[in-house]
Design a protein around this ligand. Structure first.
Ligand SMILES: Cc1cc2nc3c(=O)[nH]c(=O)nc-3n(C[C@H](O)[C@H](O)[C@H](O)COP(=O)(O)OP(=O)(O)OC[C@H]3O[C@@H](n4cnc5c(N)ncnc54)[C@H](O)[C@@H]3O)c2cc1C
Length: 529
């Protein structure tokens, strides 16, 4: 019944003690901010720590919400973060996906190819070799190379001493070789030519909402292996994860202030001295501040250009934020048995053929939208098959740009509604055609999120769902560094995703503790473990 469901996120409340001074203030209680707070408190003692969030709930993009008795979620899969959860001693029941990791449909005119991509890199390799025997040697070479590359990433130091920098070409030669290589460049290098095979493999570039000819090969391989090796979702609703992180953070002594937008990062003589909350009378002072929000908003609006060198402003201006998304979440009646439909995968993906991601992304960069009946990329997720709640299905289109969505939402509600409904119909038709025959007649509730919804919820003006776009031109040393030009102000932007955001927290705490926690490592390998 509407309004009767209490979600875990509803149980979290502020415990702000209004101290005059904090050792650390963190802006944003998404997964990056929560992870920062937790890793910091686990590795320090007695530090006064404040986490400030503009929304009334922690979690940022990882959340769940109720509409007319149905619970909808944003995210759909955890890659392998088990070691991090064990370190935190966070008890959450996760459903492991052990069979196929993704059902993938590629539409080419009237033809339709279907793949069921298995979990585990060896299974994946053998599965593809069976389908594309002519490319078997290249497939094996690619998968072996990818596994090697990912293991070399583990040997890299994110926080480097001069000696680490000198050692990098010896410790991680494949990482160095791939630093400026796109994902499709890597497929070329491995000799993979079959367009059908490339279409399957290029799915992993699209994970980050960017096409393979621009995606960083290292990031795409990381996304592929970290999700494929082991992937999970909670048995409960997705808000359970940030709620548990927030509870643990508070239990470790951290203070949380919800429903409080930060409107100013206070800087004096080139160093951060605190923050100001919207409508607040005073500066909450801090020795260090970590910002996990949109970098342009944090630096240009909350800090202000007057405190930043021109070169850094230019770097911010040149940063391409990732695309947004269009989501339709559907509550269905009991007349449909979703368990009979072969859709219980972390991802069911359907797209038109090779080149689709490039076309959609080029249009996004040009402020246009290239989705059409002959050019689309959509994912379907079915959370209720795990949660056991009333039937729900989400259909998602990426990449969508912010375009006029925020303007319509504010200034032309009728147009906003019309566009929302039009695109919702578009994606429902796709879902009906490829995954759930007769879907439309079972819909009881439809809840639509546009790029303007994501912009409002996250505070990112572009509604970007994956932070800075994972382009090869914005990866590794070319990404905005954690150290900002303001002393004491840090901005961890290692990567997006749940896994990437947990790593944001790990890396920034390691930096603040001078590598005493994670040894400067690029991935989670805490000292003493
Ligand atoms: C629809 C969707 C599906 C996704 N699916 C997956 C998935 O299945 N698996 C996966 O790994 N990743 C997925 N992602 C990506 C993943 O959710 C994000 O990369 C990750 O959650 C980002 O976390 P974050 O903390 O860096 O940022 P955010 O989640 O954006 O958190 C930033 C927080 O800062 C707050 N904030 C902003 N401005 C201010 C301010 N001025 N003052 C105070 N607080 C402020 C925001 O309210 C927000 O809570 C998905 C994202 C979306 C949107």
């Amino acid at each position: 019944m509407a309004g009767k469901i209490t979600l875990e996120k509803d149980k979290i409340s502020s415990n702000y003690q209004e101290h005059d001074f904090y050792d650390l203030i963190i802006i944003g209680a998404g997964i990056s901010g929560l992870s920062t707070g937790l890793m910091w408190l686990k590795n320090t003692q007695g530090k006064k720590t404040l986490l400030v969030e503009k929304n009334r709930y922690p979690g940022g993009y990882v959340t769940a919400y109720e509409r007319e008795g149905y619970v909808f979620e944003t995210t759909q899969l955890f890659p392998d973060i088990i070691a991090i959860l064990e370190y935190l001693d966070l008890d959450i029941k996760l459903k492991p996906y052990t069979g196929a990791f993704m059902r993938r449909i590629v539409v080419d005119g009237d033809k339709l190819e279907q793949y069921k991509i298995p979990t585990g890199s060896e299974n994946f390799s053998e599965y593809l070799c069976g389908l594309f025997p002519g490319e078997a040697a290249n497939i094996r070479r690619f998968v072996n190379y990818a596994v090697d590359l990912f293991s070399q990433v583990r040997r890299l130091k994110a926080i480097r001493t001069p000696l680490d920098t000198l050692m990098t070409p010896f410790r991680a030669p494949k990482v160095v070789a791939c630093l400026n290589l796109t994902y499709s460049g890597l497929l070329d290098k491995m000799g993979i030519k079959d367009p059908r095979l490339r279409e399957v493999l290029e799915t992993f570039g699209a994970f980050s909402g960017v096409p393979s000819d621009r995606a960083s090969s290292i990031l795409a391989v990381g996304a592929m292996l970290s999700s494929m090796t082991q992937c999970f979702r909670p048995y409960g609703y997705y808000d359970e994860f940030p709620a548990k992180l927030a509870t643990l953070y508070q239990r470790l002594g951290g203070e949380l202030l919800l429903g409080s937008p930060v409107e100013r990062i206070v800087v004096e003589n080139g160093a951060v001295t605190g923050i100001r909350i919207a409508g607040g009378q005073r500066t909450i002072r801090a020795k260090q501040v970590v910002t996990t929000i949109d970098p342009n908003v944090a630096m240009r609006q909350l800090v202000g250009d007057e405190h930043l060198p021109a070169t850094y402003i230019k770097r911010l201006e040149d940063t391409i934020m990732s695309p947004s998304s269009f989501n339709v979440s559907l509550g269905l009646d009991n007349g449909i048995d979703l368990s009979k439909l072969d859709i219980d995968y972390p991802y069911n993906v359907v797209s038109t053929g090779l080149g689709t991601s490039e076309k959609l992304f080029d249009a996004f960069l040009a402020g246009e939208n290239a989705f059409s009946d002959t050019c689309f990329h959509a994912a379907l997720i079915c959370p209720s098959l795990t949660t056991g709640a009333k039937n729900t299905v989400t259909v998602r289109g990426v990449p969508f740009g912010i375009n006029d969505w925020s303007v319509w939402r504010k200034e032309d509600p009728a147009r906003y509604k019309e566009e929302k409904e039009r695109w919702a119909d578009f994606f429902i038709k796709i879902a009906e055609k490829y995954f759930i025959p007769g879907l439309a007649k079972h819909i009881v509730v439809r809840d639509i999120s546009t790029p303007a919804t994501y912009a409002r919820w996250s505070g990112s003006p572009t509604g970007s769902i994956y932070d800075m776009a994972s382009l090869v031109t914005q990866f590794g040393p070319k990404r905005l560094p954690m150290k900002t030009p303001i002393a004491g102000l840090l901005q961890p932007k290692f990567a997006h995703s749940i896994y990437g955001s947990m790593n944001n927290g790990i890396q920034v705490v390691d930096l603040m503790l001078d590598r005493a926690f994670n040894g400067g490592n690029s991935l989670f390998m805490p000292r003493g473990k």
